[in-house]
Write a protein that binds this ligand. Sequence first.
Ligand code: ATP
Ligand code: MG
Length: 393
Amino acid sequence: MKEIILIKNGELALKGLNRRSFEDVLIKNIKNAIRFCGEANIIRAQSTITIEPKNNDFNIDEAEKAISKVFGIAAFSRAAECEKNIETIKDFTSKYLKDKLLNAKTFKVEAKRADKSFPLTSPEISREVGGDILRHFNNLKVDVKNPEITVTVEVRDKFAFIRANQLPGAGGMPVGTAGKAAVLISGGIDSPVAAYMMAKRGLKLDAIHFASPPYTSIRAEIKVKTLLSEVAAFSGDIKLFIVPFTEIQTAIAENCKEEYFTLIMRRMMMRIAQKIAEQNSCKALISGESLGQVASQTLGALCSTNAVCNMPVFRPLIGMDKIEITEISRKIGTFETSIEPYEDCCTVFTPKHPRTNPKINDILAEEAKFDYSPMVERAVQNVTAELINQTDY
Ligand code: ATP
Ligand code: MG
């Protein structure tokens, strides 16, 4: 039996003249996502993209899983090729969709006939196939308005194609159609979700992680890489920059009042992140902040972090509760990794009584107590880069 995957474009169908270039990006992303599954042709016709395996070595189960994570896809389904003869079609449909048909109560058949020379009309095909299904499965009734299963029979020029319901795709816009941004990634629950949400709007991702060895362990870095490989299943490959942050964190701890530690650290992170972003053609930063979640995410604190940065900072979680964020992290598969215990550099120097309503002049006075500019430069210069592959996970 030969199976294919049919893909319906998402929002990009609305993009008028840009549509073709959006589709080109989507097709490139689909190719990348299934590159480890074997060889396949990818064919575009109207609003449908078809993945057609070149041989039996193609792993269509894995391809289906990979496709479910590609942004820009509204819906997809697996279909099987069948000889264009009504008796064969009837026979084949009951066998191919047996498991699905056994587990449902209602169904309908929809037929489409691209080949008008086929001897039966579409309604006739539906009636024939529907009648045959009713004879084989006495658990089923026809429901044309709201069926559990819609069996689709499409008669094309060479073959007929049989399929059941479409599955919902990942939605959003093809990654790369909105440019590139750098996500500040910690090891927590929030920043991987923020990365996922912005990739869904079409942004290609770089990632920046601040590490403070020996206060943070190598396990924390491994955790970040695992998280990114989970995000990369949706976003495509991610270039990760690891910033050596120990010198700056130690200098803050030695020179500044404890209640300002986190705020000044966050401002240093933004200064460094912006420089790395600029060097790598990223037009925005992404962070996992949510208003009021912790002391460094009050409005006052966010204003003070924002003040050192002139590139847009996207905070897609700003209006979300922890419960909502956690739900998404479970859905996308990052939650279990995020709750592993390894220390992040934020938690290492946490003040007992952080300032929640900082005055900018006080922060500036604290920052003036040490010469941070050369340290920021050194951190940017000594950054290490690594590619996190979409297929690593
Ligand atoms: P998360 O769950 O993403 O760790 P959080 O609720 O712990 O977030 P903070 O520790 O205040 O919040 O960090 C806020 C944001 O700052 C994070 O979402 C992330 O974007 C960024 N950030 C924090 N720590 C780091 C780090 N070590 N490296 C890079 N970015 C970081
Ligand atoms: Mg954190």
